[in-house]
Design a protein around this ligand. Structure first.
Ligand code: CP
Length: 307
């Protein structure tokens, strides 16, 4: 099992054993960050963000710096030569010569995998359109394992946007390795796409589709809430049809088990009231902070400094 020089483009590129290995390495990094402080000294990561981000971009930057490495890149494409008409392939070929690893987010599905074809260094997908967000998923797995002590046999409910939510798509694929039961709770216009459901049918994984969260919420070990992403809709009218479909407040406490965990990849808008932050089941801020050890581990692994 080697990660050195590999791209991280889709969660399905990794076996169950590889996912467990990454989580284990992240745990080791988390236990002793001091030991790893010079691991990537002299290495450079380039963050190419064609779409807005707080957590993914800044936690990758912090992770690289915590490992003694450096960061270059952009988060405002209008200040790059793409604005002058330079192509994405040319941009990638150039940036490949400036760094040791590229971390890229782009609004078009498949664009990061396409960019990787022109890269001379490993490329990490930091989210491509509605497709995938594999590093978010690895930190979600890390968080679930750390907080619940297991990944096997969990009942996981997804509430919010199962149609456009790339974090949902990647996490469903990853958890499919661990004998789960899924509950997809959404507005009928934001249902899980057929291709994912077909994949679950082929693997014999049980799933349920629901519109009423409270009908199933007592079943759940994990409630994974997502934002309805205004930016993914073709028009304001389409977005307005589903806006505010789920607004979870403190009354949620009566409808979930005391040992359940509430996750959210964040950012949130109105789907999780801040009053929920006080619930012991709410672990979404811890989840976001787990992005540091997980991304430290991923950088160390693809750059061949961790095994
Ligand atoms: N979870 C996540 O991808 O957050 P950002 O969009 O802030 O990176």
């Amino acid at each position: 099992m080697s990660f050195e020089g590999r791209h991280i483009l889709a969660i399905s590129d990794f076996t169950k054993e590889e996912l467990l290995r990454i989580i284990k390495v992240a745990g080791e990094v988390d236990k002793d960050r001091e030991k790893h402080k010079d691991l990537l000294r002299g290495k450079i990561a380039a963050t190419l963000f064609f779409e807005a981000s707080t957590r993914t971009r800044m936690s990758f930057q912090a992770a690289m710096q915590r490992l003694g490495g450096s960061i270059i890149g952009f988060s405002d494409v209008s200040m790059t030569s793409i604005k002058k008409g330079e192509s994405l392939p040319d941009t990638i070929k150039i940036v490949s010569g400036y760094c040791d690893v590229i971390i890229m987010r782009h609004p078009e599905s498949g664009s990061v995998a396409e960019a990787a074809k022109d890269a001379a260094v490993p490329v990490i997908n930091a989210g491509d359109g509605t497709n995938e967000h594999p590093t978010q998923t690895i930190l979600d797995l890390y968080t679930i394992k750390k907080e619940l002590g297991r990944l096997e046999g969990l009942k996981v409910g997804f509430v919010g946007d199962s149609k456009y939510g790339r974090t949902v798509h990647s996490l469903v694929r990853a958890l499919s390795n661990f004998n789960p039961e899924f509950y997809f709770i959404s507005h009928p216009l934001l249902k899980m796409p057929e291709e994912y459901l077909e994949g679950l049918n082929k693997k014999g994984i049980k799933y349920f589709e629901e519109t009423d969260l409270f009908k199933v919420s007592k079943e759940l070990d994990v409630l994974y809430v997502t934002r309805i992403q205004k930016e993914r809709f073709e028009s304001e009218e389409e977005y307005k049809k589903v806006k505010g479909a789920y607004r979870l407040g403190k009354s949620l406490a009566k409808h979930i088990r005391s040992d359940a965990k509430i996750l959210h990849p964040l950012p949130r808008v109105d789907e999780l009231d801040p009053e929920l932050d006080e619930l012991p089941q709410s672990i979404y801020f811890k989840q976001a902070h787990n992005g540091i050890p997980v991304r430290m581990a991923l950088l160390g692994l693809v750059l061949g400094k961790l095994k």
